[in-house]
Design a protein around this ligand. Structure first.
Ligand code: TRP
Length: 326
């Protein structure tokens, strides 16, 4: 059984794009592997932020993850800043990471462009990510396409550290990405990827009324102007959501009704709302229970940090020993 590690930024409530693209898969993986999932609040402070907001977003993310099905009996869930070894190993890895590699990272270049002044932490972001993963000597990292370059750098860091400090057998494994198979989920505008910054999301914990308020005006097949025009399901974002949430037989039926103009888009969206409610209502109920008892979430995160710290402490002992630091 290989060990899996993944991280998610504390952006507050998950949206259905994050859920379908990542967390739903994590909930499956926890039954097949030893899994460690981390809310990476130290990554979140590499760009300007508000402390009070970060605190509540971290909390909301924990509630969302647990509600979405991460089971503390089957996996470890914790907050990055509660395990100080992440930053300790980050520093050590800074000393074996070529500056040029960091400057070449696409995400760094994109984010740096949007900042007035760029802090060293933003440059070092992928080094902290390598520390996250290698601290647990994880072999597989479930991520989206956009993290492939960061993972390559993690492997490079592992190789360089091993070459310098592993006597015979490599101490750090080279972590491989486990690419999530789901297509990327488009926002309700049907134009760009679903993301908080675009304001085109559906929250994982939104109630059916508010989901309906967003679905009703949402973009469908742009060529289907009148109710009597036959539609092309494959180009319609609502159809993509059916594929994610509806049963296969329903998906087939929807395609048929759309392409023969049997249904209008509103009919189709009503069916989608029902499918979504079937999957999301239980998640929302779990979130409500968790919010009613905040001590429960605290305890889960505390136990998660305790377990992670024990593993992390073991790694740091080995690392310091081999580096002449202990
Ligand atoms: N950079 C990742 C993202 O933005 C988050 C992350 C931090 C991560 N540390 C990680 C992902 C370790 C996987 C493994 O999505």
């Amino acid at each position: 059984m290989s060990r899996i590690f993944s991280g998610i930024q504390p952006s507050g409530e998950l949206h259905i794009g994050n859920y379908l693209g990542a967390v739903k898969n994590w909930a499956k993986l926890q039954h097949q592997h030893e899994c460690i999932f981390c809310i990476v609040n130290l990554h979140a402070i590499t760009v300007p932020y508000e402390p009070a907001e970060l605190r509540s977003r971290t909390r909301e993310m924990a509630v969302s993850l647990l509600a979405a099905g991460l089971d503390p009996e089957r996996c470890t869930v914790f907050v990055q800043s509660m395990v100080p070894q992440h930053t300790e190993l980050n520093w050590i890895f800074n000393t074996v990471t070529p500056l040029g590699e960091l400057e070449r990272q696409t995400q760094f270049k994109e984010k740096a462009q949007r900042q007035e002044s760029v802090m060293a932490g933003l440059l070092s972001y992928p080094v902290l990510q390598a520390a996250d993963i290698l601290l647990y000597r994880a072999e597989l990292v479930p991520v989206g396409e956009d993290q492939v370059q960061h993972l390559e750098l993690s492997r490079e860091i592992a190789r360089r550290w091993n070459a310098r400090f592993s006597a015979q057998q490599d101490y750090f494994p080279e972590p491989k990405p486990l690419l999530t198979v789901t297509r990327r989920i488009m926002g309700l505008d049907g134009q760009s990827k679903m993301s908080k910054s675009m304001g085109n999301t559906i929250g994982l914990l939104e109630d059916s009324n508010s989901i309906w308020d967003k679905l009703r005006p949402a973009m469908t097949d742009p060529k289907r102007v009148r109710r009597t025009d036959p539609g092309t399901p494959e180009v319609c974002n609502i159809y993509q959501l059916h594929k994610a949430f509806s049963a296969p037989a329903t998906v087939e039926h929807v395609a048929e009704q759309c392409s023969t103009a049997g249904w209008g888009c509103i009919d189709c969206k009503k069916v989608l709302l029902e499918s979504m409610s079937g999957e999301l209502n239980p998640i929302r109920e779990r979130a409500t229970e968790l919010r009613a008892n905040p001590g429960r979430t605290d305890e889960i995160l505390r136990a998660g940090a305790e377990h992670s710290s024990a593993l992390a402490g073991e790694t740091m002992r080995e690392v310091k020993e081999r580096m002449g630091l202990a």
